[in-house]
Write a protein that binds this ligand. Structure first.
Ligand code: ISE
Length: 339
């Protein structure tokens, strides 16, 4: 079988990582086309990969007859148009989160895909592919812990780019725990409240950091998340489920514990999400490539999951401003044929 020819749109840090991933660790696929709004960047990357070329217009890259499938690592505001183009050309697409940047356009994408009667969109919520999250999910589904009741999460970044604002803590960072909650509990989120404690003096002026998110699922389960994106320390993502018959925690960074002179005890913490979730990205890509090659197009969160996350984040940003709990507004999934 010939390799799946993938177009990678957006070759910033994440997209460039995905190109490297496709060409070194993923079997059954190769990066055939790259695109970036900085043309020289795409050209530089293409030049390092045999058989790969840079295409200037992202829509031309999607339509290219030598492209079988697409990876979107472009800025969120460009996703809607690019996703619709992928649907129009019937090309399977792995789209980095967010699906789109607002609920209306996310829903429009869900509906368009449903109208086609063919699922083509996978959303890049990579934590679902992380070994520890997969283990936690299997433990919950196995029923040994009984019914899960509460989810406590911590999501800490050492630093964020200067352009990061308070709403991005919700839309860019919390969105992962939104998906993790839906993944682990298999239900939608009904309401969300964002609380702003005293800000870290080291955070840029005006950035509400840390933030505490409190979510309630439709069956009434409680979820709390500490979001702290300017810790200056390292990348930490911790998740604890408390259930009827016990609890389970992942993300404690207890790989190797070292004892060394002079009197040091400890292990290592990943410096960033690319290192912490490197295995998850690899597994996500391999399973997506295998699914596309097998003609089923996705093996993971789809357009509906992207829409659900957008709906929760929209309510989260409203709560960030009001401080009050906000009900999540979503259409009924059963009302969209095929979604
Ligand atoms: C970033 O976009 C990610 O997706 C990371 O996983 C997250 O930890 C970070 O806060 C986001 O900015």
């Amino acid at each position: 079988m010939t390799d799946l020819r993938v177009a990678v749109l957006g070759v910033g840090v994440m997209g460039a990582d995905h190109v490297a991933r496709l060409n070194s660790r993923i079997s059954g696929a190769r990066a055939a086309v790259v695109n970036d709004y900085v043309t020289e960047k795409a050209e530089q990357i293409a030049a390092t990969i045999p058989g790969c070329r840079a295409v200037v217009d992202p829509l031309d890259a999607i339509a290219d007859p030598d492209v079988d499938a697409v990876v979107l690592a472009t800025p969120g505001p460009t996703h809607e148009k690019q996703l619709l183009a992928c649907l129009e050309h019937a090309k399977p697409v792995l789209c980095e989160k967010p699906l789109t940047t607002d609920v209306e356009t996310s829903l429009a994408v869900v509906k368009r895909e449903a109208e086609l009667g063919k699922r083509l969109i996978q959303v890049g919520f990579m934590r679902r592919f992380d070994h520890e999250y997969a283990q936690l999910k299997a433990l919950l589904d196995g029923g040994e812990l009984g019914r899960p009741l509460v989810l406590h999460c911590a999501h800490r970044n050492p630093a964020v780019p200067p352009t990061f604002d308070s709403a991005m803590v919700v839309r860019d960072s919390l969105v992962h725990e939104v998906d993790v909650t839906r993944f682990l509990f298999d239900e939608e989120i009904a309401s969300i409240q964002i609380i702003k404690p005293a800000a870290n003096p080291g955070a840029p002026q005006g950035l509400a950091d840390p933030q505490i998110a409190i979510m309630r699922t439709t069956s009434g389960k409680h979820v709390d998340v500490e979001l702290f994106v300017t810790t200056g320390v390292a990348y930490e993502v911790r998740t604890e489920v408390v259930a009827e018959k016990g609890s389970a925690t992942i993300g404690l960074d207890v790989g190797l514990i070292r004892k060394s002179a002079p009197g040091h005890w400890g292990g290592e913490i990943a410096p960033g999400f690319r290192e912490r979730f490197g295995q998850a990205y690899d597994t996500e890509f391999q399973r997506w490539v295998d699914a596309v090659n097998a003609g089923v197009n996705l093996d993971g969160p789809g357009a509906w999951d992207g829409y659900a996350a957008a709906a929760v984040c929209e309510a989260g940003v409203e709560s960030l401003n009001s401080g009050l709990p906000v009900e999540v507004k979503m259409v009924d999934r059963a009302s969209i044929d095929g979604a």
